[in-house]
Ligand binder design. Structure first.
Ligand code: NCD
Length: 304
């Protein structure tokens, strides 16, 4: 039985297969409409979500399956003191596959050790978010045709942004990648990601606080929200929250085929005036996320 806890649980071949399944779903949705008939997905969200939970649910419905679950820990037995491990053992009696989000780093890994059905990590604290990365990879693939030789700028909260950590892990396996890490000093990419992923794979990278001067070299600009819920001190959040706001004038020196991404939700990081720029890809990412989650559910349920 396979789980998806970390994006590196999937080989590059498996990622390519998921992309090709997702593209086939886009072309031939009817072929997939009953693939998961009588199967149940449980969405266990111990932390808020709009896109990730609803896209998992939409994905399962479009495969002909059903969904059970909860959208906050306060409406589950967690509020009575039940452990993650007990909740998972109970839910795996009802569901064929579980997607879970939890504020504690490592909770989905713990879940996978006691579950009798596949576990998908839908975000664990400030750690990882592999299914957002699947959405990001399909978006890059559809916009750029592949993953090699891209200069990828990641901007904003690189410390707590779990989508950034998973995306860097995923892209580190392709050739000719360069990372430009754009953040305030307090929100720099954690050392464990810089050392264990970027330096270990000999990937060229640059750390800067200056978005404007980084702009002309970028093929991808991945904007992120400052992760309010991970701060210990509200004053620090207020000071840092508007560090980067992408407006049309800041794109003047950007490449004509730049791909502007954001996992969403956005707060202030991208002005709505950027939405009509053809380089804005963040709403495409949302749709791509549903297709990749469909492909992932099929794979983990071993439905062909
Ligand atoms: C991201 C997350 O939850 O980490 N959102 C998402 O799943 N699309 C990004 C964020 O919350 O800032």
């Amino acid at each position: 039985m396979r789980n998806l806890i970390d994006i590196l649980d999937l080989s590059t071949d498996e990622i390519n297969q998921l992309i090709s399944t997702a593209c086939d779903i886009i072309e031939n949705p009817n072929k997939y409409a009953e693939k998961c008939k009588r199967k149940k997905l449980a969405t266990l969200f111990f932390e808020p979500s709009t896109r990730t939970r609803l896209s998992f649910e939409a994905a399962m419905y479009e495969l002909g399956g059903n969904v059970i679950g909860f959208s906050s820990s306060s409406s589950s037995s967690t509020a009575k003191g039940e452990s993650v491990s007990d909740t998972i053992q109970v839910v795996s009696c009802y569901a064929d596959i579980i997607a879970m989000r939890h504020p504690k780093e490592g909770a989905p890994m713990v879940a996978s050790m006691v579950s009798s059905v596949p576990i998908i990590n839908a975000g664990d604290g400030g750690h990882n978010h592999p299914t957002q990365t699947l959405a990001d990879l399909l978006t890059i693939y559809r916009e750029k045709g592949g993953f090699d030789n891209l200069t990828v700028g990641l901007c904003g909260d690189l410390k707590f942004g779990r989508t950034v950590h998973s995306l860097i892990n995923a892209l580190s396996r392709y050739s000719g990648i360069k990372f430009v890490l754009i953040s305030p000093d307090e929100l720099k990419l954690p050392d464990y990601v810089v050392n264990n992923v970027i330096i270990k794979n000999d990937i060229p990278y640059e750390e800067t606080t200056d978005l404007i001067s980084a702009m002309p070299n970028l093929d991808i600009l991945y904007m992120t929200r400052v992760q309010k819920e991970r701060f210990f001190n509200e004053q620090d959040y207020i000071r840092l929250k508007d560090s980067y706001i992408l407006t049309p004038d800041k794109l003047e020196n950007a490449k004509a085929d730049l791909c502007i991404m954001h996992p969403l939700p956005r707060v202030n990081e991208i002005s709505v005036a950027v939405d009509k720029d053809p380089r804005a890809c963040y709403f495409k990412q949302v749709l791509n996320g549903k297709y990749m989650r469909m492909a992932l559910i099929l794979k983990l349920l071993e439905v062909s």
